[in-house]
Write a protein that binds this ligand. Sequence first.
Ligand SMILES: [Zn+2]
Length: 431
Amino acid sequence: MSIKGFRGEILSLSHDPAEAPEAVRYEADGLLVVEAGRVVARGAFDVVCPRFPGLAVEQLDGLIVPGLIDAHVHYPQLGRIASHGAQLLDWLERHIFPAEKAFADPAHAAGVAEEFLDELLRHGTTSALVFATVHAASVEAFFAAAEARELRMICGKVLMDLGPDGLRDTVEEARAESAALIAKWHGRGRLGYAVTPRYALTSSDEQLAAAGELLAAHPGVLLHTHLAENHAEIAEVAARFTEAVDYLDAYDRFGLVTERAVFAHGVHLPDRSCARLAETGAGIAVCPSSNFFLGSGMFDFGQAERHGVRLGLGSDIGAGTSLSLLHNGGLAYQAGLPGGYVLDPFRALWLATGGSARLLHIESEVGMLAEGQEADFVVLDDAATPLMARRTAGASLAERLFALQVLGDDRAVRRTYVLGRCAWDRDGGRK
Ligand SMILES: [Zn+2]
């Protein structure tokens, strides 16, 4: 396998800056050496280059950061982004459930999976934790498309035996289809599986228990679901699960709150839930553009930090309004301010890289652009528009990063690399 160097300005976070102030790793003139898809060396160009005589070096114009990691997104909802006029429960009925029914057709699922992965790469996202639909074929289509592109992706069949007509499975189908998909896809290449009950209200007690059994029987797989997003949803959960002390407890009773659990949203959580999340090592995928779009509320970063809850960043397409985790980082900042929390731009980048990686248990492989990790990275252009160029000229690194988060989106992604290979070029399209 060939060895290659990439020279440029390199930035990553090796820890959560809220926990470790020395978390920022930055080289103004850096060199990233990639061999067989992995980073074998990284550091100042003048220091690292002499260690590799004859190394072929490509100069990259822009800010090199780790490939972004979307901790919560629904690929079947790609075409329903920007659907007007409803909060969560109505929005699901009016816009989302009808769209998801089409994924019973494998050809439809395969087509949307390809479009979705193109969009992820265009936005600089190289890994994601992804909802499919209730149909096993939708998971097969997604994994096949991700495998062909050698992407590190995690997905799962949605469990919803209390779902609407055409989107309902049974407890037995949930168990058997999930087990078969895990056996076929989990740990194959860069792919991983997540047991995926849609949310508490769309599964029976028996199905939630089956999800817990699947999780216990397959120690490597994740649990992926929604939690405490919307007030009406929370009220319905409380009405059904009368024994549970709060929403999280409704999951906990079925063995679903573990260090491998990823809960999307967590917008309205009592302190007890946050303490329990921290105690178990479970975490939250924060999805600010979705929370704004559906009028769900704003994530309480201060509360999560007080309790030490693990966090990552998600786009939650199609309720989210942008696949860009830069843009979602800017919105996360805006979500924090009313509660008095000032999200640092470096921490916002951490949430979209190492934070999400840690949440998804893939931090040994991706998220920090560290030696030994897989070489997934993005080249950002902080002068992608005239206004961005004006704002970032002569600015500090923190100011440039913040401008990328507030003003940036897919236009600011010049190139996306997967395993050291250019998979997306803004000027040339898909590679
Ligand atoms: Zn979601």
